[in-house]
Design a protein around this ligand. Sequence first.
Ligand code: G3P
Length: 220
Amino acid sequence: MQLYLDTANIDEIREVSEWGILSGVTTNPSLLAREGRDVKDVIEEIAELVAGPISVEAISTRAEDMVAEGRELVKLGDNVAVKIPMIPEGLKAVARLSAEGIACNVTLVFSSGQALLAARAGAAFVSPFVGRLDDIGADGIGLVRDVVEVFAYHDIETSVIAASLRHPRHVMESALAGSDIATVPYGVLESMVAHPLTDSGLERFLSDWESLQRAVKPEI
Ligand code: G3P
């Protein structure tokens, strides 16, 4: 499973790109609004930091406007994918943009039916929102599992991006469900790296090493 970072924050992207794990970035209007900066500048900066796909959402809700937006967004970087909401006008936009060779990431997907429609319209990616389904007591990971199964059974090449992930268990359950990609908030990645036994184990190693140095070189 590939890991994308779900953020528009340049510092978070720069940090995680140095970990060597980053295959892409997803943004959305809320994440971009949080940065309070010119969207064009932010996306161009991200495109310089990350070689993999960068999802940027069209804000229009009419097909012809989404298509026009998508054509402009991909000018910001060769690796820009256009995020399109899972609505009927969005399907029209995906059909037209994908026919022009523009990669689309269909977002706000909450059912396997929506994922199938998006894939058939030509989406390169579909983004089932795990956390928001869990928030209402539904089974977000179950949706990922169903979408992966349907796509595999019918040889659908559209990639599944598990999104709206709230904690490391969501990431690993998405991996176990067969998701192609997990797009992960920075704080969740930080939680994935950390473990108290790692910290206490390292502290003990360093302490024992210091004791050895003092024993063999008493002058230290
Ligand atoms: O990429 C979609 C993701 O940002 C949505 O996450 O936490 O707003 O449900 P969330």
